[in-house]
Design a protein around this ligand. Structure first.
Ligand code: HMH
Length: 216
């Protein structure tokens, strides 16, 4: 089998990736049709996601080869800034970040935790896919009107695009050395990420803290 790469994953699964990066939530933001409650629901859940993603980044750093550390440490600096930025956005909007994860956010966090048991190639592929989903999702719905332009720029800016491309090169290098079993695990994980990204946008429309609340 020829070696799996980030490009071949995207080419093999166009529909899954389309669903991850093109969603009514983003279209509603772009058209100014999202309600404050819907946007704020996404914002709080995304903060909770990024907290767990930061811990995933730490585990990735712990197993990465030395030449990959520089890019990952740059990503850590960006996450430090991002967590403070989320806290600022939440306080501007008077949001309580001490909120329960919705089921989709919980499932996604559990997946990220479970990746600790996977080899570096699988973790690096998942890490790239997660960042690419936001990079492309926000870019594909640009330009955004205020106040969403700030959000679109955070993940859509050219520097972030460069970072995601560097993550792809690192994941590719790891996949090239990976066994067929590891490559197939990387593909399975990529598809789980794509599915959860699509579901993540959808959470905005469930304003309660739990799935039960949405039907109440
Ligand atoms: C759900 N996926 C989700 N949230 C994010 N902030 C990113 C990816 C990018 O970090």
């Amino acid at each position: 089998m020829s070696s799996l790469s980030c490009a071949t994953l995207l080419a093999a699964h166009p529909t899954a990736w389309q669903n991850a990066t093109v969603h009514p939530f983003l279209a509603h933001c772009q058209r100014g049709e999202i309600t404050a409650q819907q946007f704020n629901t996404w914002l709080v859940q995304d903060y909770l996601f990024v907290l767990e993603f930061t811990r995933m980044a730490a585990r990735l750093l712990a197993v990465a080869p030395v030449p990959h550390l520089d890019t990952l440490l740059g990503g850590m600096v960006a996450l430090k800034d991002e967590l403070l930025w989320f806290q600022d956005k939440a306080s501007e909007r008077s949001l309580d970040l001490d909120t329960a994860r919705q089921p989709t956010c919980q499932t996604y966090c559990t997946l990220m935790q479970s990746l600790a048991q996977q080899p570096y190639a699988v973790q690096a592929t998942a890490f790239w896919a997660i960042e690419l989903a936001y990079n492309q999702g926000w870019q594909r719905h640009s330009p955004m009107p205020a106040p969403y332009d700030e959000f679109a720029d955070r993940w859509g800016n050219p520097g972030f695009t460069d970072y995601v491309q560097q993550l792809a090169r690192q994941a590719d290098a790891a996949l090239q050395d990976a066994s067929e079993a590891q490559q197939s695990q990387a593909e399975k994980t990529f598809l789980q990420v794509a599915q959860l990204e699509a579901e993540f946008w959808q959470m905005a429309y469930f304003s309660g803290q739990t799935s039960e609340a949405k039907t109440a």
